[in-house]
Design a binder for this molecule. Structure first.
Ligand SMILES: [Zn+2]
Length: 287
């Protein structure tokens, strides 16, 4: 089973309703903190659907290194330097090539303050096309054991090359073959269409209205064209800036594709199960 708790559905600019990116992805009982943007740690432990403590975060999964997707990496490492946290399990940080150099730059500033006190730190750089699997202890590795879920990276079109040579999307698959695709930040591109083709749940950014379209991001008509080509079973829209959030985005997407689509809200949790619920019951919002 795959579940995705979306902690932040906004873009780089926080609003009252939408925080920057962050989510908690669970694949067959193994969880990863995805794209911890600003404020992600607090929202993670405050959510009734998240872990009770940062001791339960064993892996961080990154799409790219823009601050609205990774600003809470340093606070996470700083927190793990504290004596308050006691886990001794390894912490894995998984992301695009360039991630290790990025963390080195942070250590240039903060030194040992970013060294977890009791946990080995493993940095795993991944290229588009790589597939990761978890071992029995839940440790992910490229080409790791299959059959207990997997994560496949695909390169997307987002333009940033300052920190990493690629920006990634992720396709999660559980042991029963069900899939969830995270677009990351991207414009339309063949790799996104390929990853989304036939997926059970496509979680895709929809940053701006069509009138404010920019390279490297999606709009309602771009998502609609993607859905028409890839035919995902369901679509969840996220990474929404205020001008887009003011629109009826699902209706705009459906003008291009007859697809089940909802706009996510902060705190929504989506499950990928063998028998998807009808759309109105798709959202399991916080009370
Ligand atoms: Zn970005």
């Amino acid at each position: 089973m795959i579940a995705l708790l979306i902690l932040g559905t906004g873009g780089a600019v926080p609003t009252r309703d939408r925080s920057p990116s962050a989510s908690w992805l669970t694949i067959d009982g193994r969880s990863l903190l995805v794209d911890p943007g600003p404020g992600a740690l607090a929202r993670l432990v405050q959510s009734p659907h998240g872990p009770a403590t940062l001791d339960d975060v064993d892996a961080v999964l990154l799409t790219h290194l823009h601050l609205d997707h990774c600003a809470d990496l340093a606070p996470l490492l700083f927190a793990l330097h504290s004596v308050v946290l006691v886990s001794r399990r390894p912490l894995q940080i998984i992301g695009p090539r360039g991630l290790a150099a990025y963390l080195d730059r942070l250590r240039d500033l903060y030194g040992d303050w970013l060294t977890p006190r009791s946990r080995p730190l493993e940095v795993l750089e991944v290229a588009g096309g790589d597939t990761l699997g978890p071992d029995a202890a839940g440790r992910w590795s490229v080409g790791g054991p299959d059959g207990a879920g997997s994560l496949e990276a695909f390169a997307v079109e987002h333009g940033e090359v300052r920190f990493s040579r690629e920006n990634l999307g992720w396709r999660a698959r559980d042991r029963d073959g069900r899939t969830l695709v995270l677009s990351g930040d991207t414009g339309p591109c063949p790799s996104l269409t390929a990853a989304a083709t036939g997926t059970d749940l496509l979680v895709v950014e929809c940053s701006t209205p069509d009138e404010l379209a920019v390279d490297g991001h999606m709009t309602p008509s771009r998502v609609g064209a993607l859905a028409a080509a890839a035919r995902p079973r369901r679509v969840v829209l996220t990474h929404v800036y205020p001008a887009a959030a003011a629109l009826d985005l699902p209706a705009l997407v459906r003008e291009h594709a007859p697809v089940a689509v909802v706009l996510a809200a902060d705190g929504d949790r989506f499950e990928v199960t063998g028998d998807p619920p009808p759309l109105p019951e798709l959202r399991k919002a916080l009370p």
